[in-house]
Design a protein around this ligand. Structure first.
Ligand SMILES: Cc1cc2nc3c(=O)[nH]c(=O)nc-3n(C[C@H](O)[C@H](O)[C@H](O)COP(=O)(O)O)c2cc1C
Ligand SMILES: [Zn+2]
Length: 781
């Protein structure tokens, strides 16, 4: 437990936070095209509200359609739908004992032309000065437009309060519209909004006043990035300009001032470590200060405990909060942080990444032990087999090098060329065999793609101590029983969001995902429970005693490479020894018994690995695993496929996510029964705000023997082996299919989805935005 002022409470406006680590505004682009927040966003914020008393600043939220200026999938807060959907999120954050301010902004000249065109609006700015060479030239705003935008910020503030936010943050940072007015490099107006320090501050100052008038100063904060050159050309000396702004904010008595350190530019680190200081602003401001930019536990502590022990500073963290939803907890306990992955920051509408969810749910993922079989015999086999293999390889090396090459080919037979050829081939395959074996061994044992246990399973495991939890729960990994002991009937049952935030997933006939009653967890597509190790595994193939671990998604590619190289290695040993043996027989010498023994061994292992290779390659080409192939011809999959809201049919059932709480809803969306069309009538009339943020799925059945993941030989091959022939040969990069960031489904299944949609008379492709708009209208009317 870390001791620091960081963990002391602080009053900010009307809220009293329990510690001084806040979440930074982070644009994630997960709203709909109509800028309505999605259920996935609710889950995302809910996870980050995991430590009560945390202050969260929302991602940048656009104040009005004209201020939107093109940034697709960024949320807004002007329409009823948007306010309603935000309310579900703020309610959730409050339910978890946390607080949330809404960051309000307008793009100005930073807008994207294509999006702006689609939305029928102009790219505007203080002056007709583009962001950079080649960027769109903004149209200078008229005075009327500036006044309208000022009003838009006030209206958005009121809407934010209606949506349940504890306050709003005026986004005057990072080169967006308000910041553009501050810098003389982007504002060269000669009216009352430009030309002097005072005039350049006017727009931001008017906006702050309007916001304060609308909702009160204790609910308004201000964010500035005086030293940033992100989306802006920094003015020569920003201090006078920003001093003026901070003075004005101070007079307005705002709840807080939020400053970005010079060591970051937007969302990336600068080369130099904080060369410019924020002291000029610290000196003016005597209320709570929020400070962001490159903070981790150590420098955050230093800032609040050593550098400014007399200031009320809250440290705001951005990127680490993306990959560590439980960041505050980790800071408190001094735990290691997960690395963030920049590639997932702005993936439009993508699920926030199931890994992020998994991390939160399972602290045990942090200290995952090496995977071992639950069966004693297997554990022993696992220990003995590598020794046997090592002895066999050592013996083969001795025979091939010392006897075949040195003694016979170089010695008595005098065939130098053949000896060199054999040695080169031998060591080539030897090297590849060993390296692919090492790679397989590592992943099969330490990184097999195990799914973290659900909370109840973690408790059960604790209760049972170190005893292996499997014995009493032994079942087959082949799905059959739907819910066994049953998932909790809590519709918020953690993990469901990983499913309904995508467009399709494998489900039970009732539309809920499959459930593992041993791991107490929802099973994502192609997750199977392994009896051998007592855990659920992604794209499980088989437990391999040779590798002493689980061959599954993470290791399958290396495993195939290993069997291929082993077969080739055995062929070399066999060929070389047989050749020399034949020569000996031809020359009438008595055959060397070492050679005969090594031929037998190489033939045995060679044939074995050859057949393994053939089987594995077949699986790869069919996109199957050892598990899928069982009873494959009769197997029928149920798939939940997203459809426009309100879709009905007698041919399939539908299920609406998120599921509603049992007993609190007038309509039964769940409890094990999905609705058949026509059975429920009142559903659509229930225009509670939650309905605006729901997703509807049709439950469709495949034909027996249809493989949902079959994408054709070529794509099947590439999904496991990679697109580049070098990847096929070298045991370096992981299979592309191990990346689960696809927003449609965990593993691509576009072929089957198209077929199913047309088979069931549904529009092809994921539901379009027109549909969503119509759904919205349908709900409102
Ligand atoms: C993915 C991402 C999105 C961001 N979106 C916003 C935003 O909407 N508004 C904003 O003021 N800053 C935004 N920022 C900047 C962060 O709020 C923060 O200032 C920056 O990441 C530095 O903090 P860090 O070093 O803790 O990540 C974003 C940063 C990242 C990484
Ligand atoms: Zn399981």
């Amino acid at each position: 437990m870390v001791e620091s002022r960081l963990f002391k409470p602080l009053k900010i406006g009307n809220v009293e936070v329990k510690h001084r680590i806040g979440m930074a505004p982070l644009t994630r682009r997960r709203a709909t095209r109509d800028r309505v927040p999605t259920p996935m966003m609710k889950e995302y914020y809910s996870q980050r509200a995991s430590v009560p008393g945390t202050l969260i600043i929302s991602e940048g939220v656009l104040v009005s359609p004209s201020g939107a200026g093109g940034f697709a999938h960024v949320p807004g807060i002007w329409s009823q739908d948007q306010v309603a959907a935000w309310k579900t999120i703020t309610d959730e954050i409050h339910r978890k004992g946390c607080f949330v301010f809404c960051q309000l902004f307008a793009m100005g000249r930073a807008g994207d032309v294509e999006t702006a065109q689609k939305e029928g609006i102009d790219i505007i700015g203080p002056s007709a000065i583009p962001l950079a060479k080649g960027a769109p030239i903004p149209r200078a705003m008229t005075i009327t437009e500036i006044r309208q935008m000022t009003q838009d910020f006030a209206t958005a503030s009121e809407n934010a309060v209606k949506a349940g936010f504890d306050g709003v943050e005026c986004h005057g940072a990072n080169g967006y519209l308000l910041d553009q007015f501050l810098h003389d490099t982007s504002n060269q107006r000669n009216d009352e909004y430009g030309g002097s320090v005072e005039n350049r501050s006017r727009f931001l100052s008017d906006v702050m006043k309007a916001m304060v008038d609308a909702i009160g100063p204790e609910r308004v904060g201000l964010r500035l990035s005086p030293w940033s050159s992100f989306q802006i050309v920094r003015m020569e000396n920003p201090i006078p300009q920003f001093t003026d702004v901070v003075n004005k904010a101070s007079k307005l008595n705002l709840a807080y001032l939020h400053l970005v350190e010079s060591r970051v530019d937007g969302a990336v680190d600068c080369e130099t470590e904080a060369p410019e200081r924020l002291d000029f602003a610290y000196d003016i401001w005597d209320k709570p200060l929020l400070v962001a930019g490159g903070y981790k536990l150590a420098n955050a502590q230093k800032l609040v405990d050593e550098e400014y022990p007399n200031k009320d500073i809250m440290v705001i963290i951005g990127r680490h909060f993306v990959s560590n939803p439980d960041l505050v907890y980790r800071f408190k306990e001094g735990l290691k942080l997960n690395a963030y992955n920049r590639d997932t920051f702005y993936v439009v509408e993508s699920s926030v990444g199931s890994s992020e969810v998994a991390i939160l749910r399972s602290q045990d993922a942090l200290r995952m032990p090496a995977i071992e079989s639950t069966k004693a015999e297997t554990r022993w086999t696992t220990r003995i087999v590598p020794v046997v293999l090592a002895v066999a390889v050592a013996y083969a090396t001795y025979v091939v090098v010392a006897r075949v090459c040195v003694k016979y080919l170089l010695g008595s037979l005098d065939e130098t060329g053949a000896a060199i050829a054999i040695l080169v081939l031998y060591f080539f395959f030897f090297l590849f065999m060993i390296s692919t074996y090492a790679r397989t061994l590592y992943h099969a044992n330490f990184n097999p793609g195990v799914v973290p246990l659900g909370p109840r399973a973690v408790e059960r495991q604790k209760a049972m101590g170190e005893k292996r939890m499997m014995q009493s729960y032994g079942t087959d990994d082949v799905e059959g029983r739907a819910y066994g002991a049953g998932p909790s009937n809590d519709p918020d049952s953690p993990g469901l969001e990983c499913f309904y935030s995508r467009d399709a997933f494998v489900c039970e006939p009732d539309g809920r995902p499959k459930w593992c009653s041993e791991c107490c967890n929802w099973k994502q597509d192609r997750v199977h429970h392994s009896r051998e190790i007592g855990r659920c595994v992604h794209r499980m193939d088989h437990y391999c005693p040779w590798a002493g671990g689980m061959i599954a998604e993470n290791s399958f590619k290396f495993f195939v490479q290993f069997t291929t190289y082993t077969a080739s290695f055995c062929a070399v040993v066999l060929g070389a020894s047989a050749y020399v043996l034949r020569r000996q027989v031809q020359l009438g010498a008595s055959p060397d018994s070492y050679l005969i023994a090594v031929i037998a061994i190489a033939a045995f292992f060679g044939l074995f690995s050859f057949f393994m290779t053939v089987t594995a390659v077949r699986y790869i080409l069919l996109n199957m695993t050892n598990v899928d192939i069982l009873s494959f011809h009769q197997k029928v999959y149920h798939l939940a496929v997203r459809v426009p809201r309100g879709t009905r049919s007698d041919r399939f059932g539908v299920i609406v996510y998120p599921l509603t709480m049992r007993g609190t809803s007038s309509h039964s969306r769940m409890s094990g029964k999905y609705e058949r069309a026509g059975q429920q009538s009142g559903d659509l009339s229930a225009t509670s705000r939650d309905d605006l943020a729901t997703r509807t799925f049709a439950v469709l059945e495949t034909n027996p023997g249809e493989n949902p993941w079959d994408l054709g030989y070529r794509r099947n091959w590439q999904s496991v082996m990679g697109t580049n022939p070098l990847d096929w040969l070298l045991p370096i990069r992981h299979s592309p299919c191990t990346n689960h960031e696809n927003s449609e489904s965990i593993y691509p299944m576009d072929c089957i989805l198209d077929q199913l949609r047309s088979r069931y008379g549904l529009p092809t492709g994921p539901p379009s935005d027109e549909n969503t708009v119509m759904e919205m209208r349908g709900l409102r009317s």
